[in-house]
Design a protein around this ligand. Structure first.
Ligand SMILES: [Zn+2]
Length: 286
C-alpha cells in the first residue's frame, strides 16, 4: 500500500511537471542577504550545469554574470542615495539549448548611517571645485576605463587598505565645502603624510595613470569582472598603464594634488561604474 502511494505521488509530480522543475531548478544565492546603501552584494548561480550565459537586471541596469568554476557570479553595487526598501532582481539564464529561465528575487536594501562633514578649501582650490564641469569632465575620462568588464576575476580574497593611515572621511559622508552642500563622498580618505607608499589593494592591471586637475595624480586598477579601485591626489606614479600588479605592490606615492585640503589618499571603488564603499571589500570576500 505504501509503495503504491509513493509511486502515485511520483506519477502525480511527473504529470504536473514538478519533478522535472525540481531537477532543473537553479540555485541563485545572494550575499549579504540584506545589502546596505553604498555597499555591494554578490549574485551567484551555484553549480550552473548546462548554463551558457546569465544576466541580472536590477534598478534599471543590466549586469552580466561571469563564469566562476562551476558557478556564475557578479557583484552589484548600491548607490549611497538609493532609498532603503524592497526592489526586484531578475536573473535571466540561458541554457545550452538556447532556452531561457527567469529567476526573480527580492532585494531588501538596508539603511546606512552617513555622517555629515564640513570642511574648508582655500579660494584657489574652491575655484577649481566650482569651475564649470571640471569634475564631470574628469569623471567622464576616468569612466572610460571603469566601464570595461574583463570577464576574468583578477582579485583574490579580501582587499587591503592601500595605506595605513587614519581615516579622515568615510564613504558616503554628506559633504559641506565652505558651507555649501556638495553631495556624498565617493571614497575613503586616509590622512597619510605626503610621500607615503600607496599599495595596490588587490591583484589587477593598471589601466589609468594621469595627472588631473580635480582628482590630482590618479591611478585606476582593473580587478576584472567590472571591479576597479581608484587612487586620487597622488604626488608620484610608480606604475604605468598596462602593468600587472599584485596585492600590496607599491603603485604610487601619496600627495596633496588636485582638489584636496591637505595630504591624503582618496581611495575609491567602482562596481560596474558605480562608486561604492571600498571598506566593505576589506572585510568581505566577494
Ligand atoms: Zn575623498
Amino acid at each position: 500500500m505504501r509503495k503504491s502511494g509513493l509511486s502515485l505521488t511520483l506519477l502525480g509530480m511527473l504529470l504536473t511537471g514538478q519533478l522535472v522543475l525540481a531537477a532543473g531548478a537553479l540555485d541563485v544565492r545572494l550575499a549579504p542577504a540584506i545589502p546596505r546603501q553604498g555597499k555591494c552584494f554578490a549574485v551567484a548561480i551555484v553549480s550552473a550545469e548546462g548554463v551558457t550565459a546569465a544576466q541580472a537586471a536590477f534598478l534599471g541596469r543590466e549586469f552580466p554574470l561571469f563564469k566562476d568554476g562551476a558557478d556564475y557570479k557578479t557583484v552589484i553595487g548600491i548607490a549611497p542615495e538609493q532609498k532603503p526598501g524592497k526592489y526586484p532582481l531578475s536573473v535571466i539564464i540561458t541554457r545550452a539549448d538556447n532556452s531561457k529561465e527567469d529567476i526573480s528575487k527580492t532585494i531588501t536594501i538596508g539603511a546606512t548611517k552617513f555622517p555629515v562633514v564640513s570642511f574648508w578649501l582655500k579660494p584657489a582650490k574652491k575655484k577649481l571645485l566650482t569651475s564649470g564641469n571640471l569634475i564631470a569632465e574628469e569623471w567622464a575620462r576616468v569612466e572610460k576605463v571603469l566601464v570595461v568588464e574583463d570577464p576574468n576575476q583578477g582579485w583574490s580574497g579580501n582587499f587591503l587598505l592601500p595605506a595605513a593611515g587614519p581615516v579622515s572621511m568615510v564613504f558616503g559622508s554628506k559633504e559641506y565645502v565652505n558651507r555649501q552642500p556638495r553631495g556624498q563622498h565617493r571614497g575613503l580618505d586616509l590622512a597619510v603624510n605626503g610621500g607615503t607608499k600607496i599599495k595596490a589593494a588587490n591583484n589587477g592591471k593598471v589601466v589609468f595613470v594621469e595627472k588631473l586637475s580635480a582628482f590630482g595624480g590618479t591611478v585606476v586598477i582593473d580587478h576584472g569582472q567590472g571591479i576597479h579601485t581608484l587612487y586620487f591626489h597622488l604626488s608620484k606614479f610608480l606604475a604605468e598603464v598596462g602593468q600587472v600588479v599584485t596585492k600590496g605592490e607599491v603603485i604610487a606615492l601619496s600627495g596633496n594634488t588636485g582638489i584636496s585640503s591637505g595630504p591624503h589618499l582618496h581611495w575609491g571603488m567602482s562596481a560596474h561604474n558605480l562608486r561604492v564603499d571600498p571598506v566593505q571589500w576589506t572585510k568581505t570576500e566577494f
